[in-house]
Design a protein around this ligand. Structure first.
Ligand SMILES: [Zn+2]
Length: 317
């Protein structure tokens, strides 16, 4: 009996650690400011997977995925990254993989970790594209984001400046480069203004940005409209993706991101709806049961805050 319970305890500990791995390893690539070394998800499509934790000095602010497509006639990078130095480190990795030049950078939204590294790509003369609402969000909130990153990253923030996209679009931008057709799509309101999904229809892989999460709990910001996120999700499903490189966490598939993004948002909205129905207050809304998602990274940081935000939105729906 003692042995069996000991074995169980050990197994449970291992399971708990596995769920937390991305949070608990401060840096997976000590030789680089990148959190981890790029991996090839499918042929010619690579991603340096960021930590699924908040930005820290140790992870260099690399807490989202920095992806790139080696098209055969140039490289397309998805995300500027959180700093000048991160973007530079990613470029060094790209150079180890191919002699093709970087010809375009796409920003997944207007958040600091999507756009602050644009300052590096500008020095390389690379055009940078983003959806117009993302450009506007960065113009408004970029200064605050830069200050926050400077506080966290200290000397690792050196060289980082506010550089927005050089080009914007509204719904869709199509790129033909080398052997790849690349569609940059705004699929409707989701996690933050100007979210884009980068869709490779021939390969059926989507670099989803923050439309889709599966290891980290989806963050709900004041500007996140959860009702519309669920509607936009239908457009995302309609792509028919086989492979997903999410905004955060390892490459995966639609079943996983559906379960941990769409189902999570719908679950939380359901819990808050019940709470409002019963006449519950905002103070108590923070503590609605989210235990089915407690194993996800950033649960501690985000779960109660998410509940409060959903309550504030649903109160007026
Ligand atoms: Zn993100």
């Amino acid at each position: 009996m003692i042995t069996r319970s000991l074995v169980m305890t050990v197994l449970l500990c291992v399971a708990a650690q596995a769920a937390q791995a991305s949070q608990d390893i401060p840096d997976q690539y000590p030789g680089s400011v990148l959190y981890s070394k790029p991996v090839e998800a499918i042929p010619h499509v690579w991603s340096a997977i960021g930590a699924t934790s908040p930005p820290t000095y140790e992870n260099g602010g690399h807490n989202n995925n920095l992806s790139f497509v080696v098209t055969g006639d140039g490289v397309v990078v998805v995300n500027g990254g959180a700093s000048f130095q991160l973007a530079k480190a990613l470029h060094e990795e790209i150079r180890k993989i191919t002699g093709q030049p970087v010809k375009l950078v796409i920003n997944e939204n207007g958040q600091g970790h999507a756009m602050l590294g644009n300052s590096y790509w500008k020095t390389q003369g690379v055009p940078i594209v983003a959806q117009e609402d993302a450009a506007k969000a960065f113009a408004d909130e970029g200064p605050q984001s830069l200050q926050h990153h400077k506080n966290v990253l200290k000397e690792r923030a050196e060289g980082t400046e506010l550089v927005g996209p050089t080009e914007t679009f509204t719904d869709k931008k199509e790129i033909e480069m080398g052997n790849f057709k690349i569609e940059v799509l705004n699929l409707g309101p989701a996690h933050s203004p100007g979210d884009v999904a980068v869709w490779l229809p021939k390969q059926k892989i989507v670099i989803s940005g923050d439309m889709a999460f599966h290891e980290r709990i989806p963050p709900i910001f004041a500007e996140t409209n959860t009702k519309k996120w669920l509607e936009s999700w239908e457009n995302f499903e309609a792509l028919g993706a086989v492979y997903v490189i999410p905004g955060h966490g390892h490459p995966t598939n639609m079943d996983q991101v559906r379960r941990y993004t769409k189902d999570y948002v719908a679950y939380l909205r359901g819990k808050i709806a019940e709470h409002i129905e019963k006449g519950g207050t905002l103070e108590d809304a923070y503590y609605v049961d989210q235990s089915p998602y407690a194993h996800m990274d950033t649960f501690e940081e985000l779960a109660t805050r998410n509940a409060g935000r959903v309550y504030e939105q649903m109160e007026f729906e």
